[in-house]
Design a protein around this ligand. Structure first.
Ligand code: ADP
Ligand code: MG
Length: 209
């Protein structure tokens, strides 16, 4: 299931390459789709090298290494390091549940913040990833089914992307145009939502099987 979900996320990124380039064209340099597609392709090739039985930890590790080795720009190294850090914190045979996802997103957000020094409200991928992390916190999941928890996280991610439209960029390339970036979605926030939505769709389907 981890592998299917990852391949679905890879396909989603490849499908949205032009859209992500267009978003980045408005407030950056127009290459976010290209960078993400390069990472997706490298991740796909890395997964093909993995053992059929590879679990969450190995998949996250392979994806992180592939992105770090192949993608430049701001987002590539941040995503690469975030996936590698997520791989480091998960247990070898962990179940895919809210607690594991909280661990993963906590690690990813912390790594991105350590490297990029951004916070919520700076108009970056963190405006999607922090709400996802928070929606998996134990107090926000008590008494809910895993399906409802995923829906809640996906909605929080979508609202996070909407929020980026309303604010000026304070980090990354778009910060140089400041208030002129208001009205546009952040490309990195958009790619985070695209990836997360694709993962959620596969996880939800697997609950119904
Ligand atoms: P570049 O900006 O070098 O062209 P990309 O276009 O691939 O790289 O990525 C741009 C995205 O990277 C932005 O939309 C934003 O979400 C993300 N980003 C840039 N700087 C930071 C940062 N300091 N912290 C978190 N995310 C960032
Ligand atoms: Mg760019």
């Amino acid at each position: 299931m981890v592998r299917d979900a990852t391949e679905a996320a890879i396909r989603a990124v490849l499908n949205e390459k032009d859209f992500l380039n267009e978003l980045d064209d408005k407030i950056g340099d127009g290459d976010h789709g290209l960078n993400m597609a390069r990472g997706a392709q490298a991740a796909h090739e890395a997964l093909a090298e993995l053992d059929e039985e590879a679990g969450l930890k190995e998949v996250l590790q392979a994806v992180g290494e592939a992105i770090t080795a192949n993608v430049g720009g701001s987002a590539g190294p941040l995503y690469g390091a975030a996936f590698s850090e997520a791989a480091r914190v998960v247990d070898e045979d962990c179940a895919l549940d809210a607690a594991t996802l909280e661990k993963i997103f906590t690690a990813m957000v912390a790594e991105i913040q350590k490297r990029g020094n951004a916070d919520r409200g700076d108009k970056t991928m963190l405006d999607v990833l922090i709400p996802i992390r928070d929606s998996f916190a134990a107090e926000n999941c008590a008494g809910k089914s895993f399906e409802d928890i995923l829906t809640q996280a996906r909605d929080a991610a979508r609202d996070g992307l909407e929020f980026t439209k309303t604010i000026a960029a304070r980090k990354g390339r778009a910060a140089s145009i400041g208030d002129k970036s208001i009205g546009c979605e952040d490309p990195g926030a958009a790619s985070s939502l695209i990836i997360f939505r694709a993962l959620c769709a596969v996880w939800k389907d697997s609950l119904r099987e």
